[in-house]
Design a protein around this ligand. Structure first.
Ligand code: GDP
Length: 530
């Protein structure tokens, strides 16, 4: 099989949104088009069945948030689509950011009744930094929305991205009648179906077509023709290059719950997004079609299936062809590793994968030394540095109230540290053996506690620590130089898991004060070497 053909078929993307904007619903409808799910509703149904498949998922159900990222692969219209689900809650942003390093495009779902919300803005920023193409789905058009022109304006003003509406809504709220496709000049009429269970029927015609015209009242007709004129007069044409560079976002209006506008968005996305692109590494450029296999691990997850106590490392294939049983080099350790247990994942089910191509995500089971950010390759010169690091803002001591369970407590904690769920710090000159945990957000601690208990049977007790700011010191500072530092009241010296010195401060003000009083010890938001 020609690798170029396989690569050209691949589209790897994630959906980003503020919680409740409709990401899960949209995912479910996309799968419907992929023929992967017969009836809409099964992803959300799975949301409720999860307790029976994994205890850990129960937390998701209870909190109504999505913790784990799922990789879904399906075929549609000649394409092989890899859809990476991202957790939406702000405390899981670190995990989400890592997932975003493994995609070639994103679909941003916005609740058209609310406009751009805080989490969308943050996630968008990450995508923009990486220059990822962004497609926008204005969801919930079956309910009253903000003015469509105001929504476009918001994209430009708040996110600073050009917006090109590919289709345009006709009517609003209870009077939502459908969308006008600005490329084909066709109208897709919206018809409500019970519970949005089936593919929504659509009829197509021109706006001036009498069949369409008679369905629209005078006011709606005048409004939409005026808006379309305004867009036309603004004179923007669809700029493919600007879309691929992440500078302009194509905008689609619809309603995921009613499966309306979803196919238009999916078709538009496939048409205007790109197949996997080359990656820049230290030694130059790695093209997807080059024969040397390479990829990087962007996520590690343990105990996805309580029946198998295992650990899956998710790898994004970037170049060459993956074949089961192939031997690769694990760049960080320089060791040769045979990849025999590789899986494709569909939600919680897994299937052995024999081959994979750039753009694909594979789950590798049972390699305990694989870590987040690691490169696997057949060419030692290729080393990816794709995974961003974030500065923790929440700190907590984790007590083990049951000494008899110390072994389970420690084993579970080590696993969570390896997965990157939380980090561990050691206070300088402290004899206490209580682990000090650091995370981007406090909910990560709750997840850690929940997992310790449900997966390792280890209870724990959190004791919130008083710091909110962590900064790294230059790694070369010697013991006596560290001791000579003037620490503001309430701050503490500590070491991260790589033994780099850090300072914990109660607030930014305190960190600024430290900077002024210790001019020889500049602070950094990131660990040395990142
Ligand atoms: P997520 O948190 O972004 O994954 O959001 P969900 O897909 O779980 O949706 C949040 C809520 O919005 C659910 O109650 C959905 O039924 C509802 N919803 C999703 N899409 C639409 C839509 O197009 N119209 C309306 N009215 N509700 C929707």
């Amino acid at each position: 099989m020609d690798i170029k053909i396989e690569i050209a078929k691949r589209r790897t993307f994630a959906i980003i949104s503020h919680p409740d904007a409709g990401k899960t619903t949209l995912t479910e409808k996309l799968l419907l088009y992929g023929g992967a799910v017969q009836l809409a509703g099964s992803v959300t149904a799975r949301k409720n069945q999860r307790a029976s498949t994994s205890d850990w998922m129960e937390l998701e159900r209870k909190r109504g948030i999505s913790i784990s990222s799922t990789v879904l692969q399906f075929d549609y219209d000649g394409y092989r689509i890899n859809l990476l689900d991202t957790p939406g809650h702000k405390d899981f942003s670190e995990d989400t950011y890592r997932v975003l390093t493994a995609v070639d495009a994103v679909v941003m779902v916005i609740d058209a009744g609310k406009g751009i919300e805080s989490q969308t803005r943050k996630l968008f920023e990450v995508c923009r930094q990486r220059g990822v193409p962004i497609f926008t789905f204005m969801n919930k058009c079956d309910r009253p929305t903000l003015e469509p022109l105001a929504l476009l304006d918001e994209l430009e003003r708040v996110l600073g991205i050009g917006a090109f509406p590919v289709n345009w809504p006709i009517g609003n709220g209870a009077d939502f009648k459908g969308v006008f496709d600005r490329h084909s000049h066709e109208v897709h009429l919206f018809e409500r179906t019970v519970g949005g269970q089936f593919r929504a029927p659509v009829s197509i015609g021109n706006l001036s077509d009498p069949v369409i015209r008679e369905r629209l009242d005078e006011q709606t007709y005048l409004k939409v023709t005026e808006e379309l004129d305004m867009l036309q007069m603004a004179g923007e044409s669809f700029d493919e290059q600007a879309v691929l560079a992440g500078k302009t976002t194509p905008v689609f209006f619809g309603s995921a719950a009613n499966n309306f506008g979803v196919k238009l968005m999916l078709d538009g996305f496939l048409k205007h997004s790109s197949a996997p692109k080359p990656h820049t590494v230290d030694c130059g450029i790695v093209t997807p079609e080059q024969p040397e296999f390479s990829g990087f691990i962007f996520k590690i997850q343990a105990n996805m299936d309580p029946r198998h106590r295992d650990r899956i490392a998710f790898l994004r294939v970037c170049s060459g062809k993956f074949e089961r049983d192939m031997t690769v080099i694990h760049s960080r350790t320089g060791k040769k590793v045979r990849l025999s247990s590789s899986h494709k994942l569909f939600a919680n089910e897994r299937e052995t994968v024999d081959e994979a191509y750039p753009g694909d995500i594979i789950g590798l089971v049972g390699h305990s030394d694989f870590g987040i950010g690691d490169t696997l390759t057949t060419d030692t010169k290729i080393v990816y540095r794709e995974i961003p690091r974030f500065t923790p803002e929440s700190f907590s001591f984790l007590h083990n109230p049951n000494t008899a369970k110390y072994k389970q407590f420690r084993q579970g904690l080590d696993q969570l540290l390896q997965e990157g769920v939380i980090q561990i710090l050691h206070l300088k000159d402290s004899a206490a053996k209580i682990p000090l945990l650091a995370a981007v957000g406090p909910l990560q601690f709750e997840v850690a506690q929940y997992r310790l208990e449900s997966e390792y049977g280890a209870e724990s007790r959190l004791e919130l620590a008083p710091w909110t700011v962590m900064r790294w010191l230059p790694a070369e500072l010697k013991e006596e130089e560290l001791d000579a530092l003037q620490l503001p009241t309430g701050s503490k010296l500590a070491f991260d898991s790589d033994n780099n010195p850090v300072v914990l401060f109660s607030n930014d003000w305190s960190a600024n004060y430290f900077t002024q009083t210790n001019t020889k010890a500049p602070l950094s938001n990131l660990p040395p070497g990142s």
